[in-house]
Ligand binder design. Structure first.
Ligand SMILES: CC(=O)N[C@H]1[C@@H](OP(=O)(O)OP(=O)(O)OC[C@H]2O[C@@H](n3ccc(=O)[nH]c3=O)[C@H](O)[C@@H]2O)O[C@H](CO)[C@@H](O)[C@@H]1O[C@H](C)C(=O)N[C@@H](C)C(=O)N[C@H](CCC(=O)O)C(=O)O
Ligand SMILES: Nc1ncnc2c1ncn2[C@@H]1O[C@H](COP(=O)(O)OP(=O)(O)OP(=O)(O)O)[C@@H](O)[C@H]1O
Ligand SMILES: N[C@H](CCC[C@H](N)C(=O)O)C(=O)O
Ligand SMILES: [Mg+2]
Length: 500
């Protein structure tokens, strides 16, 4: 991709040019907001971040080949030959130039965005499997990784920031993807990372407590999630046939519905909805349900389990119907669907008890998987879990209470402590555990996650279920001063082999 710098500046009417003013002949070959990702010919966008300031990296960017920088602050010393473009707000300027630079890739793709506290990753994978079954090429953007057909593109955030997102979408369009199924996190909506994305379908999964460290209040968290549906129905989004798919069993859906002006498909289990699951039968190795909709009744024998996954399946069916996919194709894809890495994933090394690794890192996620475990349990439930550091602290005691409410044995341990003291996090979890710790329940606190898992596996007896929650697919653990390799599933496998 190449653009004349002048064409980018023309999008920013109040921009002031400083330093080298020979803009007319300058060609920009890439955009970056991270000095570490600069290649010769790049326009470097300086963002004032929460941790550091992009303006501090101008010299580094220049040495790596940046030909121009976009700033919102005064620059004392301008490296020779560097073009400096000053605007009032670099983030807003970036939102205008990135979609233009990458030639509005979202307009060349059918875009399905999924937002909600839980279930985004699972829902995107379900939708991908249906679209692929229907013969489409599909790109996925989300927590575990991004993918362009079979090609894997590693990711840092669930939803990448504006420039990386537009570049990725352009690569997907270039690779002839028909669809992009994308997780849209509340951070992304609040920070407008999806500026310039024109969605065809927006999905709301659910809304429970999380990320209050970032959004501060539940209302602001809800407003962020609602933004996806405002973007979807906005007149600036010129796509035809846009649909919002909403879980109306969730209270927040009414708020979103009021602010959505396109076609909607509602789904749920409890309340009457356009798509309604009935007769759910939760089994250890799958779920049987009937889905009632405009097509009549679709009986499904799924390989994934848990009532929470029934919601994810309903959301995926809604998206597929909105895109005109035949009910028989939807059924075939869903019945084949195996699992998502680290989502209620069974680890079977031939041991006489079940081990499930799951990414539940919110109170609602934890309660859902523990309820599911209770529905399929023959004997005890052993829970190993922790809470991430530098993240919403209010969820810690709540998750402690839930673990001891549903679990027979609770082993509290570290998740990703990040910059926090692991013991402090554990004490906050323990406050909740102590509230419901009745005789007969066993509680231990082991901050080393490997030792905690080892303990759980040694305590487990025939037909018990061991749930290891919080880190799912993650293959690392973020400690104060370093990130180490750590994969719950691999750790389980190694320990069970050692035990044999
Ligand atoms: C709170 C938040 O979202 N922060 C994001 C934000 O960081 P920031 O504003 O603190 O940026 P900063 O680190 O201060 O840096 C400022 C600027 O200097 C630049 N820089 C920095 C260092 C350097 O050497 N050179 C350089 O140019 C940075 O690229 C940036 O442009 O901008 C960064 C660059 O785009 C993001 O990577 C970073 O996400 C961090 C890693 C993060 O952990 N975010 C989480 C909370 C998040 O976004 N999570 C959601 C999922 C949540 C969920 O639903 O589960 C997600 O979408 O991933
Ligand atoms: N529909 C749902 N409702 C409630 N809990 C769910 C639902 N789907 C999944 N979960 C729980 O939440 C965990 C995370 O699921 P998933 O990765 O699909 O959600 P996510 O929204 O992508 O999460 P993240 O915000 O971390 O990316 C699962 O491991 C499971 O414990
Ligand atoms: N996307 C979520 C993931 C949390 C996963 C958990 N393992 C943790 O580190 O807290 C976040 O960044 O808050
Ligand atoms: Mg996700």
């Amino acid at each position: 991709m190449k653009k004349k710098l002048q064409d980018l500046i023309d999008l920013l009417p109040k921009a002031i040019i400083e330093g080298n003013k020979e803009v007319t002949e300058t060609i920009i070959t890439d955009l970056a907001q991270d000095s570490r990702k600069i290649t010769p010919g790049t326009l470097f966008v300086c963002l004032s971040g929460a941790k550091t300031d992009g303006h501090d990296y101008i010299v580094q960017a220049y040495h790596q080949g940046a030909v121009a920088v976009l700033v919102e602050k005064d620059i004392d010393i301008i490296p020779q030959g560097l073009i400096v473009i000053k605007v009032a707000n670099t983030r807003e300027a970036m939102m205008k130039i990135a979609p233009f630079f990458f030639e509005f890739p979202s307009c060349k793709l059918r875009m399905i965005g999924v937002t909600g506290t839980n279930g985004k990753t699972t829902t995107t994978y379900l939708i991908r499997s249906i679209l692929q079954q229907a013969g489409f090429q599909v790109g996925v953007i989300g927590t575990i990784q991004n993918s362009i057909g079979d090609k894997i593109v590693p990711t840092q955030n669930t939803t990448p920031d504006v420039i990386d997102l537009q570049r990725l979408l352009a690569q997907m369009a270039e690779a002839n993807m028909d669809y992009v199924v994308m997780e849209v996190s509340s951070h992304a909506l609040a920070l407008n990372r999806v500026a310039g994305c024109e969605f065809d379908v927006g999905i709301f999964t659910n809304m429970t407590r999380d990320h209050l460290d970032f959004h501060v209040t539940f209302e602001r968290y809800l407003e962020a999630k609602t933004r996806l549906f405002q973007l979807l129905s906005s007149t600036e989004n010129q796509k035809k046939g846009k649909t919002a798919i909403l879980n109306t069993d969730d209270k927040a859906a009414a708020f979103i519905l009021e602010r959505t002006e396109c076609k909607t498909i509602t789904y749920g289990i409890e309340k009457h909805a356009d798509l309604q699951a009935q007769n759910a039968n939760i089994q250890a190795k799958g779920t049987k349900i009937d889905i009632a909709g405009s097509f009549g009744i679709m009986p499904l024998q799924l390989k994934i389990t848990g009532l929470f996954n029934v919601y994810n399946v309903l959301a995926a069916v809604g998206a597929a119907l909105a895109e005109g996919i035949d009910a028989s194709i939807i059924k075939a894809a869903l019945e084949k669907f195996q699992s998502v890495s680290g989502r209620f994933e069974l680890v079977d090394e031939g041991q006489p008890f079940s081990v499930i690794v799951d990414y539940a890192h919110t109170p609602d996620g934890l309660e859902n998987i523990l309820k599911t475990a209770q529905q399929i349990a023959k004997k005890r439930i052993i829970v190993v879990f922790g809470c991430g550091g530098d993240r919403d602290k209010t969820k810690r005691p709540i998750m402690g209470r839930l673990a001891v409410q549903y679990g027979n044995v609770v082993i509290a341990t570290s998740d990703n402590p990040r910059t926090e003291d692991p013991e402090t996090i554990l004490n906050e979890i323990e406050a909740g555990i102590r509230e419901l710790l009745i005789p007969g329940k066993i509680y231990e606190k082991i901050s080393d996650r490997r030792q905690a898992i080892e303990r759980a596996l040694h305590v487990a007896e025939m037909d018990d279920i061991v749930i290891i929650a919080g880190k799912g697919h993650e293959n690392y653990q973020i400690l104060k001063d370093r990130t180490i390799s750590f994969d719950d599933k691999e750790v389980v496998k190694t320990i069970i082999q050692e035990m044999k």
